[in-house]
Design a protein around this ligand. Structure first.
Ligand code: ZN
Ligand code: ZN
Length: 350
């Protein structure tokens, strides 16, 4: 229904959707290949032999169109049969080659580029999606709690990352939302470090950024901890990041912009003298994809609406020394946020 509103708004006869998360969001179909063609009266899912049965099971509201030869031939048949003149397509996801092939076959069709059309619908979560996000986040919390029981100096970053991944997989995750980040000491100064064979030392700050996929929905959380006696500088930086995190969390609400939320955390970090060490945005939406609309950053064009998700993840990265990032996932509500992440924030693990 929401997508069909777009048909009217943009004066389109149909919309073609192939991006996997968008396709799944609209149809329920989780297979790796398929294209939706939605008009005011018909909803078609074109897929090949591998998925005939899965389409009928997962997307019963869609008519299955069997792809037996070239997709562009089938598409031409479908748009002719549906008398489509203006056809919307996902301009960020369709390649130049695809568009050329499709338009050569489907004569008389006007191709209308659509940007972020389904992504904008996906940004507002319904309560079933919120429940799925809660389950996914709870599993990430549980994996972190499990890790705290076994992490110790002498383990490598890679071993720690594997413990997290194993726990998530054996407790229902279908995959990782992204490769776990476990970055100790100087490695933590790289915001997207890869786990290495670096052996974790007593007193070394460790950035742990993890998330899983459960029932299709992602989770995303970062904690920074230190095993044993920390340095005074680490404790100071950690406190600044927590203050920035809390200030941003208290600011985010319906009607606030991504730029405003980002500025609250950024100004606080700058006020503490670390302006140049917070080089990424404050946060992003999480749903079927781990990074999706809205964004909170200096360049964000988003204004928060009820039901949006957002990570709040300020950080300070001191090259050659260490990094600190604290990240929670929240749902934006009328008068503030509902924090989904349940893991406490503690700078030191004894
Ligand atoms: Zn993260
Ligand atoms: Zn994140």
């Amino acid at each position: 229904t929401k997508l069909r509103n777009t048909l009217n708004e943009r004066n389109l006869d149909a919309i073609l959707v192939g991006q996997p998360a968008n396709r799944r969001y609209l149809s329920g179909f989780t297979g790796s290949a398929g294209t939706l063609l939605v008009s005011a009266s018909r909803a078609v899912l074109a897929s090949d032999f591998r998925y005939y049965e899965q389409v009928q099971r997962e997307a019963p509201d869609f008519e299955l169109a069997k792809v037996t030869g070239r997709f562009s031939d089938l598409l031409a048949e479908l748009v002719t049969g549906m008398a489509v003149e203006r056809l919307g397509f996902e301009s960020q996801h369709v390649t130049v080659d695809q568009l050329r092939q499709w338009s050569q076959n489907a004569h008389g069709v006007e191709w209308v580029p659509l940007k972020d059309t389904v992504e904008r619908l996906r940004a507002i979560k319904d309560e079933d999606e919120v429940k799925a996000l809660r389950r996914s986040t709870a599993l990430t919390d549980a994996a972190f709690a499990h890790l705290l029981g076994l992490i110790r100096p002498g383990m490598t970053e890679r071993e720690v990352a594997w413990e997290i991944e194993t726990y998530m997989r054996t407790h229902g995750a279908s995959g990782m939302a992204f490769d776990p980040i476990v970055a100790a000491g100087p490695n933590g100064a790289l915001p997207h470090a890869r786990p290495s064979d670096h052996v974790i030392q007593t007193g070394q700050p460790i950035v742990i950024d993890i998330g899983c996929i459960l029932d299709g929905y992602c989770s995303d959380m970062t904690r920074t901890i230190c095993l044993g006696q920390p340095s005074a500088k680490y404790l100071e930086v950690w406190s600044v990041v927590r203050e920035a995190h809390e200030a941003a969390r208290e600011t985010v609400a319906v009607g606030v912009t991504g730029v405003e939320a980002d500025a609250v955390a950024r100004d606080l970090i700058a006020g503490a003298g670390y302006a140049e060490y917070f080089g990424h945005g404050l946060g992003h939406g999480v749903g079927l994809a781990v990074h999706e609309s809205p964004r909170a950053s200096r360049l964000s064009e988003d204004t928060f609406k009820p039901g949006m998700t957002l990570t709040i993840e300020p950080g300070i990265y001191l090259p050659g020394e260490f990094g600190v990032r604290l990240e929670d996932l929240v749902i934006i509500r009328e008068d503030g946020v509902e924090v989904l992440t349940g893991t406490p924030k503690e700078p030191v693990v004894v």
